[in-house]
Design a protein around this ligand. Structure first.
Ligand SMILES: *Cc1c(COP(=O)(O)O)cnc(C)c1O
Length: 377
């Protein structure tokens, strides 16, 4: 699905140099590289504050702690996402409220989101799924009308641009009150271990969060709030600092591969290729999708057969995600009705994700698409 080794070979000298620098400095934790990477990422995202942390799940949890969400507060998020999003809501004893997704973008459905708001709702967590920014303009309007916080789970869409109707552009993760990301190795900006970050333009929130990641300390050994220990280590920061200048090139390589797939499947009646329409209008040249995954739908009922066939042919593929969150044992709740999730319930049966990474070449893409078009016709 990914080719981390191939990518590493291209940047080996820079990355090895960064790692060796850390080893020679012994500044393994909170070394200068962490601050340098933080500043580089602030500049790249055009955001006032980046707070590095240990992983993307922590980033979400810390963002929610920083906003002062309390037991019983309702937090609305998408039913079709990786479990980390809902897990931290539940861990903090907040009440997760799962809603259906849009059939075109697979991101949170705006009408379903509106219907789910109650007097207890405190926050919305849009997930920029598979690399496509959710409809942030609509989400920010709803949040402002109901006085809700917006926490963008940007683990899959770092580098994506969101375009507002008036032409303004902002980087994914910098539009809501706070954004979070993951630097897990297979993410679009991945390190060689675990890593994550929180972004915000809010000075006060940034200050609160900087204390929370460090045991609730604002002055050494004075613990003002309950915190956690969540750090990005210097070696990972060195890897990320070396890779950040390549992020736009990486995103473009993914978009090129996605374009190849789209063209190859365009005339196949049983394959529905991903739609790019974050702002509500369909656009083919939009930068709002960075294709963390290339996920299409097999509409003739042969998805599971294709999954097995491709594995036999040595073509990696995966089902993201095979079970809706509202049906997971840990997150099922009496208030959910199957009729509230028609889209997610369909997607879990039809989606399949193909190899998507920065090192895909034409020969590989031709082999993958020909094999699929041969089997699904
Ligand atoms: C990967 C991911 C996370 C969690 O990131 P980790 O660094 O693995 O903790 C959270 N949300 C989404 C949507 C993800 O894809």
């Amino acid at each position: 699905m990914v080719d981390l080794q191939g990518q590493y070979q291209q940047i080996k000298e820079t990355v090895n140099g960064a790692i060796e620098g850390v080893l020679n400095s012994s500044a393994y934790i909170n070394g200068p590289l962490v601050h340098e990477f933080q500043a580089d990422l602030e500049k790249y995202l055009d955001v006032k504050h980046v707070i590095p942390c240990a992983n993307g799940t922590d980033a979400l949890q810390i963002a929610m702690m920083g906003l002062g969400l309390e037991q019983g507060d309702e937090v609305i998020t998408a039913d079709f996402t990786f479990a980390a999003t809902v897990e931290v809501i539940a861990l903090l004893k907040l009440t997760p409220v799962l809603v259906d997704v849009d059939p075109k973008t697979y991101n949170i459905d705006i009408a379903a989101l509106k219907r789910a708001i109650t007097p207890k709702t405190k926050a919305i967590v849009p997930v920029h799924l598979f690399g496509q920014v959710a409809n942030m303009e609509a989400i920010m309007e709803i949040a402002s009308a109901h006085n809700l916080f917006v926490i963008e789970d940007n683990a899959q869409a770092i580098g994506a641009d969101y375009r507002f109707k008036d032409g303004r552009k902002k980087k994914a993760g910098t539009i809501g009150n706070v954004g979070t990301t993951s630097f897990f190795p297979s993410k679009n900006l991945g390190c060689y271990g675990d890593g994550g970050a929180i972004f915000t333009n809010d000075d006060k929130l940034a200050h609160t969060i900087r204390g929370i990641v460090n045991h609730g300390m604002y002055t050494r050994y004075y613990h003002d709030v309950v915190g956690v220990n969540s750090r990005l280590d210097s070696i990972q920061a060195g890897v990320l600092k070396a890779k950040l200048p390549l992020l736009d090139t990486y995103c473009n390589a993914r978009r090129n591969a996605a374009r190849f797939y789209n063209n190859a499947f365009a005339s196949n009646p049983n394959i529905s290729t991903p739609t790019t329409s974050a702002c509500g209008e369909i656009c083919d040249s939009c930068d709002c999708h960075v294709f963390h995954q290339y996920t299409l739908q097999i509409t003739n009922g042969k998805r599971d057969d294709l999954h097995k066939y491709l594995l036999e042919k040595g073509i990696p593929n995966a089902i993201y995600y095979p079970v809706a969150l509202h049906s997971q044992k840990a997150y099922a709740a009496a208030r959910y009705k199957e009729s509230d999730f028609p889209v997610t319930n369909e997607l879990i049966k039809t989606v399949i994700s193909l190899p998507m990474h920065t090192e895909l070449d034409k020969k590989q893409l031709e082999f993958i698409t020909a094999t699929i078009n041969d089997f699904i016709n």
